[in-house]
Unconditional design. Structure first.
Length: 193
């Protein structure tokens, strides 16, 4: 997938080292799609050093509400790990920047992992919420389409064709890339050879 231009903030992913081995990680997806983004590996007990640059927001549900205005040169740190891992990671990242949260509502579209509770979203979805809140509609749409394609292809690669077809019914990726979607679909076994 091609990177997405027009993301108006710097993006850093603080990724738990166990998450770095998972191909379904949306933190890796952020790293591939957001030009200039940085992935930093987190290991328990090791300090998280501040990266150079402008003001930093650390995104986490325990933070304060997102300010109405984004400061010039804003960087965003996304925490990428399980919900249990994210708590320890937040402690390690505290003091690096302002911890903020978004009013993230709705249902996660990340069907590659089971969310234990409602209101939980993937790392990529968290970035999408931030971009929408900042009014970066074009970048948010472009990243959303690629995220949807990532999930769809992930379901197919796991042999979950029925779940992938169900996912595609509500996905904007189907209308955006109909030929690509057609090529990704598995061959039907009832077709003559």
């Amino acid at each position: 997938m091609t990177p997405v231009a027009g993301v108006p903030i710097g993006v850093e992913v603080l990724m738990h080292f166990m998450e770095s081995y998972r191909p379904s990680s949306t933190g890796h997806l952020v790293g591939r799609l957001v030009p200039g983004s940085v992935i930093r590996e987190y290991r328990p007990g090791q300090p998280v050093a501040p990266a150079p640059g402008g003001p930093l927001w650390v995104l986490h549900p325990a933070g304060e509400p997102m300010p109405a205005e984004a400061p010039e040169g804003l960087r965003l740190m996304l925490i990428d790990g399980s919900w249990k891992q994210a708590s320890g990671m937040l402690s390690a990242a505290s003091g690096l920047g302002r911890c903020i949260r978004l009013p993230m509502t709705g249902v996660s579209r990340y069907r590659l992992r089971t969310q234990a509770e409602g209101g939980r979203f993937s790392t990529m979805e968290a970035l999408l919420f931030v971009l929408a809140a900042l009014g970066a509609a074009d970048a948010e749409r472009a990243l959303r389409l690629r995220f949807e394609l990532h999930v769809y292809a992930g379901l197919l690669s796991r042999g979950r064709a029925a779940a992938a077809a169900d996912y595609l019914r509500d996905s904007p990726a189907a209308a955006e890339w109909p030929e690509l979607i057609r090529r990704l679909q598995p061959a039907r076994s009832d077709r003559p050879i």
